[in-house]
Write a protein that binds this ligand. Structure first.
Ligand code: NAD
Length: 262
């Protein structure tokens, strides 16, 4: 395929999910070959079929990002299959429970940190080692507006996304001498999709002063807090990611771009 990213190899994690799939399709539409990482073989195969419609090489890899050994061996497999890695969209994530901090379930807290922080670190480290050898690369981590202003009832998720912003800044400094840029995106309320449905429902169930106990009212309350008075469409994310990965952003590193409607 010919395009802005033809000849480029991109790794996308959480690639069977809403945002990961949308970004993988967009990068493929620009000509990139894609390695898709996610947990389940069947969901991955479905995603791969969708991404293949743009005519580039697309390979699915079952990989739990919390398993560092598995991440390393999968990354090695990608390099042996594709020869190199130019781009990483480090995006796998998990929203976790909704409860005030004093009631927040400890097990869930650990799980969210394992996936969102340790998982993102494992993938970033494995791919960065390859990029350091190549002396080039660009990485975009998926943070969240929850990593800029801690939302109520989301102790683990908020903490995990603040960590991603910090990891992005530190990694951008460590990797700058190696010609590797590391940036982040911070979506806020995005829809439609499981994340939107789940967060509206779970914020209602959390039954706190911040939101109604009726999910439809919660949706209105959330949208009412956005200057643009709507949630973001998933299609408004991929262009920001491809911009940060592209040479148009060649002097940008360590940045966290909000995609938040104001
Ligand atoms: P999603 O649930 O549709 O996709 C997440 C994907 O990550 C899933 O396919 C899931 O299987 C995968 N995943 C989870 N744990 C994994 C693991 N251990 N190893 C490998 N893959 C794993 O959600 P999404 O909305 O597409 O979210 C993608 C990213 O965007 C996440 O980091 C999320 O926190 C972030 N985000 C989403 C929103 C939103 O409203 N949708 C807003 C801000 C940030």
């Amino acid at each position: 395929a010919s395009g802005q990213f033809s000849g480029k190899i991109a790794v996308v994690t959480g690639a069977a999910g809403t945002i990961g799939l949308a970004v993988a399709e967009h990068l493929a539409s620009l000509g990139a070959d894609i390695a898709l990482f996610d947990l389940q073989q069947d969901k991955l195969e479905e995603a791969a079929t969708k991404v293949r419609q743009y005519g580039t090489i697309v390979r699915p890899y079952v990989c739990d990002v919390t398993d560092a050994k598995r991440v390393n061996s999968t990354t090695e497999k990608v390099v042996s299959d594709f020869g190199k890695i130019d781009f990483l969209f480090n995006n796998a994530g998990f929203q976790g429970a909704f409860a005030p901090v004093q009631d927040y379930p400890e097990e869930d807290f650990n799980r969210v940190i394992q996936i969102n922080v340790c998982g993102a670190f494992h993938v970033l480290q494995a791919v960065a080692r390859q990029m350091v050898e190549q002396k080039s690369g660009a990485i975009v981590n998926t943070a969240s507006m929850a990593g800029v202003q801690g939302p109520p009832n989301m102790a683990a998720y908020g903490a995990s996304k603040f960590a991603i912003v910090g990891l992005t800044q530190t990694a951008s400094k460590d990797l700058a001498p190696h010609n590797i840029r590391v940036n982040a995106i911070s979506p806020a309320f995005m829809g439609p999709g499981p994340m939107w449905d789940m967060q509206v429902e779970k914020q209602a169930k959390a039954n706190t002063q911040y939101f109604s106990t009726d999910p439809e009212t919660v949706a209105k309350q959330m949208i009412g807090s956005v200057p643009m008075r709507r949630y973001g469409n998933i299609s408004e994310i991929p262009g920001v990611v491809s911009f940060l990965l592209s040479d148009a952003a060649s002097y940008m590193t360590g940045v966290n771009l909000p995609i938040a409607g104001g």
